[in-house]
Design a binder for this molecule. Structure first.
Ligand SMILES: O=C(O)c1cc(=O)[nH]c(=O)n1[C@@H]1O[C@H](COP(=O)(O)O)[C@@H](O)[C@H]1O
Length: 270
């Protein structure tokens, strides 16, 4: 998907919401477990009920790989369902990949060509040649970990060298790579106080912001400090939406939660 299409969708729906699809068979309503493909049936119901309030979906690949072949098939059916029924939705394979060049190229083929996702999350630890293969695919995007939402972010990302934090160096360096315009960045909502600083380094890039809802990040702070001239934000919530209810009304309750988040974002989208 071209960035312009994403921006137009944000404007049209007055939403920057991304719904995470991290399906845990222990958390989904029990009646679904009797069906042939409970993971896909759960996703399909969540997607149909939330699609009018969001602009993106992000299945976290771990939750599919954990169920082996059946999990992977459910992932395939889910991405095909979104692409067929809601092609305007931006899709993110949250896989956090990155390896030596020829391996990264195969990861990119898997998510961009075989599964046809618009983007994939990548980890920058191995540097330029581990990320550039993801940027060779036209209209596809790599979303690189910038400053993550978790506690352990402080172990490496805040290491300081001559007044510069490691995550700042990573962001700056990645902007020099070939096709860096196709890069987006993950910044945890729990680290929203750093967004102003990050916007100085990345004024134009889209940021994927996980961590509102279950992890306690503030949506208001994310919008106040993170927006740029093309909105520039994809704000993810997963457990707060998809597990709003574990009963038969799960899809309706998920839609209420998605709508509530969309309404909080609306004033920031003019
Ligand atoms: O790359 C991610 O999406 C990600 C990065 C990060 O720093 N923190 C983070 O929570 N995530 C993912 O975002 C989702 C957050 O889910 P909830 O906390 O349930 O909203 C999970 O799929 C995480 O793996």
């Amino acid at each position: 998907m071209q960035l312009q299409e994403l921006i137009e969708q944000i404007q049209k729906k007055k939403s920057m919401l991304c719904v995470g699809l991290d399906v845990d068979l222990e958390k989904i309503p029990k009646h679904l477990l009797e069906l042939d493909d409970p993971i896909f049936e759960f996703n399909k119901a969540i997607i149909d009920s939330t699609q009018e309030y969001c602009i993106a979906y992000k299945p976290n690949i771990a939750f599919y790989e954990a169920y082996g072949l059946k999990g992977w098939q459910a992932l395939q059916k889910t991405i095909n369902y979104i692409n067929e029924h809601y092609p305007e939705q931006f899709t993110i394979a949250d896989a956090k990949r990155g390896d030596i060049g020829n391996t990264s190229k195969m990861y990119a083929k898997a998510f961009f060509e075989d599964l046809n996702f618009d983007s994939v999350t990548v980890a920058p630890y191995m540097g330029k040649d581990s990320i550039e293969p993801f940027l060779q695919f036209r209209d596809k995007h790599a979303i690189m970990l910038g400053l993550t939402s978790n506690e352990g972010a402080k172990d490496f990302q805040f290491l300081e060298n001559k007044g510069t934090l490691l995550f700042e160096s990573v962001l700056k360096t990645s902007q020099t790579w070939v096709n860096s315009k196709q890069l987006m960045y993950v910044v945890g909502a729990t680290k929203s106080s750093y967004l102003k600083k990050i916007r100085q380094i990345l004024p134009d890039s889209f940021l994927l912001i996980p961590g509102v809802g279950a992890q306690g990040g503030s949506l208001r702070e994310v919008c106040e400090y993170g927006l740029n001239s093309t909105y520039g934000l994809i704000i993810n919530s997963t457990r707060g939406i998809i597990y709003a209810s574990r009963e038969k009304d799960f899809a309706i309750k998920a839609a209420f939660k998605a709508k509530a988040l969309q309404e909080q974002m609306q004033p920031y989208i003019t």
